[in-house]
Design a protein around this ligand. Structure first.
Ligand code: HEC
Ligand code: HEC
Length: 281
């Protein structure tokens, strides 16, 4: 059983790498140009996503988002989707396919969403939810003037993230997105820890500007209220803080850390760290 599983993963990796190479030369055959205005409503007819089925479809996403949802191809263009919740991913894919989400670089994304069935969207969501999100580094340059003079840029975000600002109706972001930005899949509050700062900044500006994809969307409305009174500097501070926010330390239990240390101490040094896929067969 273990062998079968290991083989399955190697097979998937090989498939995805092939997909990357292919996507870089020609647009993959899975891309489609047709919108479906009903795509968003059709999500109601689906069931919870199947991560295994999603893994088999994720090769189409790898060229841009990375096989595990941590984009390496061009992090300045493609958001991180690793660790994002199943429902949030499915919702965004359905919005792209419905023609309701056209912001930023959505034109690059839309043909891939158009090619998906509503259940594919949930399966892909379930797969990426199981992947671990990486993180970047927060900007610690000092602010020269203005209300935050003397603070570092990320500290402006850290304070708002942890404490909010009651006098301006800004709820601490931790209340919904959690202390490490992992979100809450139940009510579909997205995972935001480790997201590229430019992407978080773009989204926060959209919420503040009222560019709702769905004008009556309750969840969108929560963020529109939250961002209404944020200044540009505060949005930048929050975005860079998010880029550095991650949960890896929290996820490793003391037992995990001890086991990893012991494994490292007893490991026999090998001349090359390259994985040997043939051993998995
Ligand atoms: C050709 C590159 C490309 C491919 C292939 C691609 N995407 Fe994207 N994706 C993007 C870009 C660019 C964005 C950001 C759009 C924007 O600026 O709003 C995006 C955004 C997203 C988002 C929204 C993330 C968020 O937090 O709001 C999701 C979810 C997503 N993609 C999932 C997928 C899945 C699943 C696949 C495979 C079926 C896929 N993408 C294939 C380029 C791509
Ligand atoms: C009351 C709950 C709530 C609070 C408080 C809140 N958020 Fe959100 N946030 C949400 C929900 C819900 C969404 C998804 C909206 C949607 O579905 O369009 C979201 C979306 C986002 C996104 C976009 C994620 C993506 O990948 O597209 C970012 C970035 C974000 N929030 C950052 C913040 C920051 C920073 C704060 C604090 C200043 C904050 N949020 C406070 C509920 C909340």
């Amino acid at each position: 059983m273990r062998h079968v599983r290991a083989f399955g993963l190697v097979g998937l990796a090989a498939f995805a790498l092939a997909a990357v190479a292919y996507a870089q030369s020609t647009p993959p055959a899975t891309a489609s140009t047709g919108h479906d205005p009903n795509a968003y409503a059709e999500l109601d007819k689906t069931h919870w996503g199947d991560a295994k089925a999603g893994a088999a479809k994720a090769g189409a996403c790898a060229a841009c988002h990375g096989l595990d949802g941590n984009s390496t191809a061009n992090p300045a263009l493609y958001p991180r989707i690793a660790g994002q919740s199943e429902r949030y991913i499915a919702k965004q894919l359905a919005l792209f396919k419905s023609g309701l989400r056209t912001d930023g670089n959505a034109a690059l994304m839309i043909p891939y969403a158009n090619a998906l069935s509503p259940q594919d969207m949930r399966d892909l969501g379930a797969y990426f939810q199981t992947q671990h999100s990486g993180a970047g580094v927060a900007d610690d340059s000092a602010i020269a003037s203005g209300p935050y003079a003397g603070k570092k840029l990320y500290q402006v975000g850290e304070q708002l993230y942890r404490q909010g600002d009651r006098s301006r109706g800004i709820v601490a972001c931790t209340a919904c997105h959690g202390p490490d930005g992992a979100g809450n899949p139940g009510p579909a509050y997205p995972h935001i820890g480790g997201q590229q700062s430019w992407y978080a900044e773009m989204r926060l500006n959209e919420y503040r500007g009222g560019q709702a994809a769905l004008k009556d969307d309750k969840l969108w409305g929560l963020m529109a209220l939250e961002t209404k009174n944020l200044s540009d500097e505060e949005i930048k501070g929050l975005s860079t803080y998010l880029q550095g926010l991650h949960n890896r330390a929290d996820q490793a239990s003391p037992a995990d850390v001890a086991a990893a240390k012991q494994a490292a101490a007893t490991a026999t040094p090998t001349p090359s760290a390259t994985p040997q896929p043939s051993k998995a067969n």
